[in-house]
Every structure is written in C-alpha cells, then in structure tokens.
Ligand binder design. Structure first.
Ligand SMILES: Cc1cc2nc3c(=O)[nH]c(=O)nc-3n(C[C@H](O)[C@H](O)[C@H](O)COP(=O)(O)OP(=O)(O)OC[C@H]3O[C@@H](n4cnc5c(N)ncnc54)[C@H](O)[C@@H]3O)c2cc1C
Length: 557
C-alpha cells in the first residue's frame, strides 16, 4: 500500500455541515493558512444535508426569544444533563449565523415580511423555516473557491498524538487504499455521530435515519487519543416515516396535520415530543400516523414542496410506489434504529464554549460534539467556533511535525492480519450480526445483565472481526474499520449505561432495574475516557451552569 504525507495548519475530519462551515471560516480568518479536509464521501453531497433542509432548528430571533430562553428550554429537553455554556454560545450566535447564510443566498422565506418561526421545543419558538434544496452545494462551492485541499473518499482512521497534543491524523483513500499521513498544527473533528449503530426495522444496513457514513469513527478516534466523551448512554430512537426513515413530523404538525395513534386518538393536541410518541408506540398504540386529508390543497402542496424537494427528494418516489396520496391516505411513522448523536441527542466529545476538547490541539463541532441537541444550528455555529479556536491555536505551534510510525505500523498490522486470515464471512454479514446484537443488548430497555452481556459479546466480536471476515477489496477493508468503530461505541455505550443506575430521557435510557429518575445521584454527566490501563474510566460530573437564576428558578431547574 502506498503511503504519502502532507503537512497542513488545520486538518478537518468530516466535510458535512460542521466541517464545511469550519473550512469556510478558517479561510475567512486567514486565507494564507493551509486547510485540508478528509471526507469519507464527496463533500459536495456528504453528511446529514446531502441536499437541503427545511429548517434551522435553533435560531434566537430578536423580539421572539433570547439565548437565555433557549437554554432554559433545552435544559427541559435534555432533562438537566447539559453544559449550559456551549448551548448558550450557540444560541447567542444563531441569529448572526442565519443572516450570514442568507447573505450567501440561502433562502429563509418571509411571509408578510416576517420569518416563519415554528414551535418544536417544549416552551418557545426557535425553529426558523428554511427553503433551500441546494444548501450543501452552496456551502461546498464556497470551500471550492478557496485553496482548501479537500481529500474526498478519505476516511480518517487514527489521530496522531505527539506530546499529548493531537498533531494530525492518518487517513485511507477508500477506493485505492492509499494511506495518507497528515501532520497538522490543529485538528477539527466534525465526523458526525454513530448513525449505523442499531439495526433498523427495515433490515437494511444503510437504511438509517442519519447519514450512514457516520459510524462513530470520530467518537472512537477522540476516545483513543484520550479525550473525554459524555452522553454515550443516551441511546436515541427517532420516530419518523416508517421504512424510508425520513423526517416528517414537525414539517407537517407545524402546518396543521393531525397525529393519530392506532385507536385514531389525536396526539397532536399539546406538544407531542418524540419521547412521548415513542412511549405511545411502546404501549402498543402504534403505528402512530400523520393525517393530512383535512388540509387544503394549498397546504398539502406546501408540505409536498418541502418534502419532495428540500429534505429527501426520494420520498416522492417512495410514496408513489406505495400508493400513498396525502389527500386520502395516512402516513405511517415508526421508530428508527437506536443511534448515538450529539445534534439530535447529547452524545459526544466534551467541548467548552471555544469548541475545545479536553486534549490540546483538538476542536470539535456538530454531531460528534456534545453541544446538546444543537441540530444544524449547533453544527454550523460550532464549525465556525472550532475554526476560530484552531486558527488561534495554530499560531502558537512552531513545528507541526509528528511521528506517525507507531500508528502506521498498527494500521498495517491490522490490514495484513485481514489479508492473511482464513475468514469466510462477508463484512456485510458480520456488520448485520454486530448491529443485531446491539439491538439485543445495548438498546433500551436496558438492565445490568444485558449490558454486561453486551460488553462481553461486543468484545468477542471485536476480536473475531479480524479473524473471520474475508477481505476481497478495499471497500471491505474500509467497512471493517467502520464496524470496529461501531463495536467500540457499543462497548462504551454499555459501560456508560451501566454507570447511570436510573431511568432518564423516556425510553432512550430506560432501565427497568432502576425504573425511576434519580436526580439526587444522577443529575450528572457520565464522562467516559480511556484510563491508564486502557480500559474505559467513568466519572460522574455535574452539568456546567452559566445562567444567573433566582433561587426559585434554580429549584425548578
Ligand atoms: C434526515 C435529517 C434531517 C434533519 N433535519 C434537520 C432540520 O431540518 N433542521 C436542523 O436544524 N437539523 C436537522 N437535522 C440535524 C442536522 O442535520 C445535523 O445535526 C447536522 O447536519 C450534523 O452535522 P455534522 O457535520 O456533525 O454531521 P454530518 O453533516 O453528517 O457530517 C459528518 C461528515 O463526516 C464524514 N465522516 C464520517 N466519518 C468519517 C471519517 N472517519 N473520516 C472522514 N470523514 C468522515 C461523513 O461522510 C459526513 O460527511 C437533520 C438530520 C437528519 C439526519
């Protein structure tokens, strides 16, 4: 295998929403600094927004709400397990971010001169309608107009750590197998969450809600380098269009659709959260459905316009194929696979207000970072912040060189082991088994027995991965590395779930052996990091508070 080396000031890992924004901002701040991006797919269409999106979920609109309001609201959503500082900064910068995107030609429609701000949170309205089918392309073109080196089809495998500082990474071209050593003065990690985690009900390995290229590689690279992570026990499921795993709920509910359970009872009166809809499903009253037959033709067309152009255009073919016309037929929703994510959930590398991880040289943004439930706004804002902090840090590093020999040897050893084993299981079969076991042992409902068995099973499979899987081509190899990340995430998730001896976040961390919420002992983050004996080390830490509150309000929080 060929190996080549490049040097840069900033290396960005993952060219999705946060990564594209980080690259733009790094070049805005200092056009002379060198920026390299490793992107597993093709940056023009990669990540959660391969095309567009219908809303920027968190924008604090002057006159409607404030960053303080948002933080109070998100504390409710996260049930107290959230560091207020990063969320506050994200909300504070969200309006300027939206105006910046607008100045780049991103469409935020106005009705009677006002932006449309919808309610998708418990109390306030923060969800600003966006109508931009070409969002990712527009952002990508801004990067393409700079001298940023975008290495598409390049999967980051390992960080290079030099004297305790993250000093670059090793990547692999997923088509040629070439290895790339990238020495960097600072690294921005924006590789998304672990979307391919549990197995979806539709049975397809890639038929998941979130971007299937996101296999928790970022979590695992950060963990191995010694960074702190938290929220790994927040094993999320969404409730969206059954089988195609596409979002629909808030697009329709905020525009007058009804939400019905199997008994035809309405659930949309009040504020149905995903958590409450999943609870309805668990009670046996699913599949929950969306009904639009009472809406006017104009309203239905408006919804189709968003769904069939902006979010996932494949939905149009999907519904046509199933003979579902919104004017007469309900839309069945269903639970997604279980997955780990910082944007929809609270799983991620612990970062401060400057997007800095707990080890020098590493900055994180988007779903890989824990800026609780920041969605696209969090990815964009923390992509920008990460670039600002990394740019400042680069100026303090004189020599960016690092020694990658040990890392390279380990990767080569793994590859040679795979080439020489006598395995006869395809990587797809193996991934299917791993993810089925995640459904069995790691996904909720959880209990001590299942979680311990989960660790045992996953640890065994991690070993078998390199002994029993047959490798025919480079793609197989890449998938082995992905599956290793999935397994490692599952092990950490089980450890964190064992540590949280309570139930919290509805079904997402439901432990029937500890069925109640226990604020006295567990209104805390479960922080996971690699211990000195290479085993996960877990500590409980109180969430950071920055808002000034009266004693009364403090008690309510
Ligand atoms: C279907 C869907 C609809 C959504 N709708 C909305 C909405 O309307 N409003 C809203 O505010 N939020 C929405 N969200 C959430 C929002 O899109 C995400 O929180 C945000 O885009 C995450 O950005 P990210 O950069 O962290 O991840 P991504 O955009 O997924 O980018 C991660 C990138 O990393 C790459 N990558 C992964 N591993 C590696 C590796 N090892 N090496 C190199 N590259 C790697 C991937 O290929 C990918 O391009 C939605 C999410 C989904 C999935």
């Amino acid at each position: 295998m060929k190996v080549y080396t490049i040097d840069t000031d900033i290396l960005i890992i993952g060219g999705g929403s946060a990564g594209v924004m980080a690259a733009i901002r790094a070049k805005e701040l200092n056009p002379a600094q060198r920026v390299v991006v490793f992107e597993k797919g093709q940056m023009k269409y990669s990540g959660c927004i391969p095309r567009g999106m219908d809303a920027l979920n968190i924008v604090t609109v002057p006159g409607i709400n404030s960053p303080e309001d948002y933080v109070e609201d998100t504390i409710i959503g996260c049930e107290g397990i959230i560091d207020e500082g990063p969320s506050y900064v994200m909300a504070q910068r969200s309006w300027d971010l939206m105006k910046k995107l607008e100045s780049w030609g991103v469409c935020f429609p106005k009705y009677n001169g006002e932006y449309e701000v919808l309610k998708a949170h418990a109390k306030g309205r923060y969800t600003l309608t966006m109508k931009e089918p070409d969002l990712k392309t527009k952002l990508y073109e801004r990067v393409a107009n700079t001298d940023t080196i975008v290495l598409n089809r390049t999967m980051a495998l390992e960080f290079i750590v030099e004297d305790g500082r993250v000093a670059g990474a090793i990547g692999m071209n997923i088509r040629t197998g070439e290895l790339i050593i990238c020495n960097a003065k600072a690294v921005i990690l924006t590789a998304g969450g672990a979307a391919r985690f549990g197995l979806p009900g539709n049975g397809y390995l890639y038929g998941v809600y979130d971007c299937p290229a996101n296999t928790g590689d970022g979590y695992m690279m950060a963990y191995k380098a010694g960074a702190e992570l938290s929220g790994l026990e927040y094993t999320l499921h969404y409730y969206i269009i059954k089988d195609i795993s596409s979002p629909l709920l808030y697009i329709t509910l905020t525009r007058g659709a009804h939400l019905l359970n199997a008994l035809d009872e309405r659930l949309d009166l009040g504020h149905p959260s995903i958590k409450s809809i999943i609870a309805e499903h668990q009670k046996g009253f699913g599949y929950v459905r969306i009904r639009m037959s009472h809406l006017s033709e104009e309203q239905i067309r408006g919804i189709e316009d968003i769904l069939f152009t902006t979010e996932k255009p494949a939905c149009e073919r999907f519904f046509k194929g199933r003979g579902v016309n919104f004017r007469s037929k309900d839309i069945e929703l269903g639970p997604t696979e279980t997955y780990l994510c910082g944007g929809h959930g609270i799983t991620g590398v612990v970062v401060n207000e400057q997007a800095a991880a707990s080890i020098p040289g590493l900055y994180c943004g988007g779903d890989v970072a824990n800026v609780g439930r920041g969605h696209l706004s969090g990815a964009f804002v923390f992509g920008e912040i990460a670039a600002e902090s990394a740019t400042a840090y680069v100026a303090t590093i004189k020599d960016g060189k690092a020694d990658a020999t040990g890392y390279l040897e380990e990767i080569t050893r793994k590859i040679e082991g795979l080439q020489n084993n006598r395995g006869n299981i395809t990587i797809e079969e193996f991934e299917y088994k791993v993810r089925r076991q995640i459904n069995e042992f790691i996904a909720p409902p959880k209990n001590e027995y299942k979680l311990k068995r989960g660790i045992e099973v996953m640890t065994g499979m991690k070993k078998e991965l390199y002994e029993k899987v047959k490798i025919g081509r480079i793609h197989d190899l890449v998938k082995v590395f992905e599956v290793e990340s999935i397994i490692s995430c599952a092990i950490l998730s089980a450890h964190a779930s064992l540590e949280r001896k309570e139930s919290r976040w509805g079904f997402w961390h439901y432990r029937p052996d500890y069925p109640n919420k226990d604020d006295k002992n567990f209104l805390k983050h479960v922080i996971v990091k690699k211990g000195s004996n290479q085993e996960p080390e877990l500590v409980l830490r109180a969430p950071q508070k920055v808002l000034k509150r009266s004693a009364d309000a403090e008690r309510r929080v």
